[in-house]
Design a protein around this ligand. Structure first.
Ligand SMILES: Nc1ncnc2c1ncn2[C@@H]1O[C@H](COP(=O)(O)OP(=O)(O)OP(=O)(O)O)[C@@H](O)[C@H]1O
Length: 251
């Protein structure tokens, strides 16, 4: 089957410096691929290139078989950016932010019944239905993160692209997210996510792609089947003292 996302020798620069130096990996329909690697290894840049936010300077990036420069069907992608505030200080409610996830599908037309149902479903899935009318500025960091996940889910994308979705999310909510993702994957959604810890998502991951210095250092199939769960962590770029922290999840 044709990959949902395909990178072949992809290069990208930021501030005039090469950041991606020839990245290759695929995400096929229904697959869950985790990008791992030390700070600065290029994970976010790879993801931002995939969603069209960082220009590709070389190689080939295809989305659903179409070269990214010709790709227009952005509603098929749901993107959760690296930890950020959902409203940037604007006094929007949880429901309004989540509803924005329908915009790529609806344009600026008013939301219809199916849109409202998708918003309710996403709020429910992520456990924030009771906070729908609250200002996002009144939420904690982890709750914010869940609103951003709900915003991506509400577009009913064919692929979910999430940059550190577990950052700042407590263990109970991580488990809720894992269950939510499990349901999405069962429905055929592919997932590309940046992670520092596999955590409760580990059993869902088909492949871990470890980046180092803007390149793919190694690829681990079915990391949950490894004898040691942390075997795909990028320990070699860290000081020995940091390795212990990574294993205990404190980094
Ligand atoms: N706007 C920018 N201008 C110049 N360089 C940048 C910019 N953003 C990131 N970089 C550099 O690009 C490299 C890769 O950054 P990137 O954010 O992709 O790493 P990462 O693997 O996601 O790291 P982290 O785990 O810390 O989130 C880093 O060396 C970083 O300093």
């Amino acid at each position: 089957m044709e990959p949902v996302i395909s990178l072949t020798g992809v290069t990208a620069e930021l501030g005039g410096r090469p950041v991606l130096r020839g990245i290759d990996f695929d995400v096929r329909p229904g697959e869950v691929v985790a990008l791992l690697g030390a700070n600065g290894s290029g994970k976010s840049t790879a993801v931002r290139a995939t969603v069209g936010q960082v220009p590709v300077t070389g190689g080939e990036l295809r989305l659903f078989g179409t070269p990214v420069r010709r790709f227009r069907d952005w509603a098929r992608l749901g993107y959760v950016p690296q930890r950020s505030t959902a409203a940037g200080g604007v006094p929007a409610t949880v429901r309004e932010i989540v509803s924005a996830g329908r915009l790529a599908r609806r344009g600026l037309r008013p939301l219809g019944r199916a849109d409202r149902a998708a918003v309710d479903r996403a709020l429910d899935l992520i456990g924030l239905a009771d906070r729908a009318g609250d200002s996002v500025n009144a939420l904690s960091g982890g709750q914010h993160q869940r609103v951003l996940i709900a915003r991506a889910l509400t577009g009913e994308p064919d692929v979910l692209i999430m940059d550190e979705p577990l950052a700042g999310v407590d263990l109970a909510s991580q488990r809720v997210l894992a269950e939510t993702l499990r349901a999405q994957i069962a429905g055929g959604t592919a997932v590309l996510l940046v992670l520092h810890e596999l955590g409760p998502l580990e059993p869902l991951i088909d492949r871990a792609v470890v980046l180092a210095h803007g390149r793919v250092e190694r690829t681990v199939e079915h990391p949950a089947q490894l004898p040691e769960a942390h075997a795909c962590h990028p320990e070699d770029e860290l000081e020995p003292s940091a390795v212990a922290k990574l294993q205990t999840g404190i980094l």
